[in-house]
Design a protein around this ligand. Structure first.
Ligand code: HEC
Length: 95
């Protein structure tokens, strides 16, 4: 009894290790852009809000807006990647 409980705990732990290991090995390209552009210097105080930006196309526009305002100089493709990352982490829209 004890033994099988322990085994499943180990299996769960190993599964978590595998998943987090994967995340570290391959960060989302949009996350790299997000960190580099220091978006959180403003957005820690102004959290991303799915009620306000309520569709994926609006999310892309919002990222483009901040990119332009900050002169962050991202290409359209990078804006897309960043929007995809924010969608995955915060907004969860169906594209
Ligand atoms: C200088 C401060 C500042 C920085 C840095 C900044 N933003 Fe923004 N961002 C804003 C402001 C101001 C708004 C408009 C919010 C409002 O109207 O209330 C906004 C709005 C947004 C929104 C929509 C917000 C929502 O509630 O859904 C997104 C998405 C966003 N920014 C992404 C980014 C990304 C990506 C970066 C980095 C490239 C970034 N921002 C950097 C100030 C900033």
């Amino acid at each position: 009894m004890n033994r099988s409980v322990n085994l499943s705990a180990v299996a769960t732990y190993a599964g978590l290790m595998f998943m987090s290991g994967n995340v570290f090995a391959e960060p989302h390209p949009g996350k790299v852009l997000h960190d580099k552009a220091q978006c959180m210097s403003c957005h820690t105080a102004k959290p991303y809000n799915p009620q306000k930006t309520n569709s994926y196309p609006k999310l892309v526009k919002a990222v483009q807006f901040c990119n332009d305002n900050l002169n962050a100089g991202m290409w359209e493709e990078e804006v897309e990647q960043l929007a995809d990352y924010l969608n995955q982490e915060y907004y969860h829209f169906n594209k």
